[in-house]
Design a protein around this ligand. Structure first.
Ligand SMILES: C[N+](C)(C)CCCC[C@H](N)C(=O)O
Ligand SMILES: O=C(O)CCC(=O)C(=O)O
Length: 407
């Protein structure tokens, strides 16, 4: 199994991949031998007693309602042994040397031996994703508001966001209230120093270039937060007395894959060199994350790309000695050139009634300069909250709970 090691910069060395297909889950039979439970895969793997005892799912070890561990892990004797066991059609019942009895399903025992990528499947809500370029304009992912009123509608929107990185919700009533309610069907809106639900125009009400009418190149938002916003949404309520203000979307995962093919070293530099960001325009505020992060952040267990952080206007320092920063700039220039290739830029004119919701960890956004009065509303939603919502709708509560001890 490939081991991924944390570099001093806190990131895996790779290999790095963009995971386009969800892993399939292998099942492994188990057996009990010499009072040990083993998973049979190639050479048998002994499941350590401490791990089994600690993950007993009975109601005295795990709170049935809260799903929290009640058992005091470190009261389990370090040398705990299986006194006896009995195999049944579902799995195996175990009597422990500390007098406790546990039951483990075959499925549970099998999943203890899954690869890191397989364990990530449910935990990280891994699905088959579809990378796209500007041709997505021909058939963008759309759900009509009429179909968004129930759980299936929310699942459809989140399925599309998980697959494509964005989704339109069309025929939405043209009001901030309807927009806020629609977003809250996914999860609660994340408050920030911009407020919660946002309704903005080019008046510099917040000292950020979003509150102006200038061109904004493709970027991800809130790179200055330790945990950047998960979803972002825009609903154009009005644009009068002027022109421009066309929206731009770019599939960052698609462009990252292109860069990795074009120049693996450049991809590696942007995956391992930390970059600092800041938001310092508002009075008395200068927000910076607790540490630097690379442009491409990968899962140190699996090497798969999880997050893109790219915002040249909010960038502070590059975490390299100043006489070594040129290698980062050269790599970033290649990335920037790919982002700005026509084939990767999906320009889309938002209209009142069309809400766009996108994955701010994958899809970059921007806009063309504009004149006149332009008013947009929307909101941020935390990554963990929308992924939680989707995986419960996609995998179901039982599957999500079942994978907790081994995911
Ligand atoms: C809140 N609202 C979406 C209106 C704009 C916030 C500004 C986002 C900032 N330019 C960034 O890139 O993080
Ligand atoms: O005004 C727009 O269309 C987008 C503004 C923007 O990029 C942002 O709010 O992050």
């Amino acid at each position: 199994m490939t081991q991924f090691y944390q570099t001093t910069l806190g990131h895996s060395k790779g290999p790095f991949t963009i995971q386009e297909t969800a892993p399939s889950l292998t099942t492994y039979p188990f057996k009990v031998e010499e009072n040990m439970i083993k998973v049979r895969s190639g050479s048998d793997v002994v499941i350590p007693n401490i791990w089994l005892r600690d993950n007993c799912q009975c109601s005295s070890c795990m709170h049935k309602a809260t799903k929290q561990r009640l058992l005091d892990t470190f009261q389990i004797p370090r040398d705990i042994t299986i006194r006896s066991s009995e195999i049944d059609p579902e799995g195996v019942r175990v009597k422990w040397s500390d007098g406790h009895e546990s039951h483990y399903t075959a499925d549970f025992l099998s999943s203890s031996h899954m690869s890191y990528l397989q364990r990530a499947k449910v935990r990280q809500d891994l699905v088959n994703i579809k990378l796209w370029d500007e041709s997505i304009a021909q058939r963008p992912p759309i759900v009509s508001y009429d179909n968004f009123h129930d759980k299936d509608g929310v699942k459809d929107v989140l399925d599309k966001i998980r697959t494509f990185g964005f989704c339109y919700i069309d025929q939405l009533p043209v009001s901030p209230e309807a927009t806020e309610k629609a977003l809250e069907r996914i999860a609660f809106i994340r408050p920030t120093h911009y407020g919660g639900f946002y309704d903005f125009t080019a008046d510099l009400a917040s000292k950020d270039t979003a509150y102006t009418n200038i061109y904004l190149e493709a970027h991800t938002d809130t790179t200055y937060f330790s945990d950047p916003a998960g979803l972002q949404a825009f609903h154009l309520l009005e644009h009068s007395g002027g022109e421009g203000g066309t929206s731009l979307l770019v599939d960052g995962f698609k462009v990252a894959k292109d860069l990795n093919h074009l120049d693996r070293e450049a991809y590696h530099i942007l995956s391992t060199v930390n970059v600092h960001s800041h938001a310092s325009g508002n009075e008395g505020i200068s927000i910076q994350p607790y540490r630097g992060f690379p442009v491409f952040q990968h899962d140190p267990e699996t090497g798969i790309l999880l997050q893109i952080r790219w915002n040249s206007s909010d960038r502070a320092g590059v975490a390299l000695p100043v006489d070594q920063v040129e290698e980062w700039y050269d790599a970033a220039r290649k990335w920037n050139d790919l982002l700005k290739k026509n084939e990767n830029e999906y320009w889309c004119q938002l209209t009142p009634g069309r809400l766009v919701v996108f994955d701010n960890w994958r899809v970059l956004h921007g806009r063309s300069a504009f004149t006149g009065k332009r008013r947009i509303c929307g909101g941020y939603i935390n990554r963990d909250d929308w992924i939680s919502k989707h995986k419960m709708l996609h995998f179901g509560q039982d599957a999500v709970m079942k994978h907790l001890p081994t995911g």
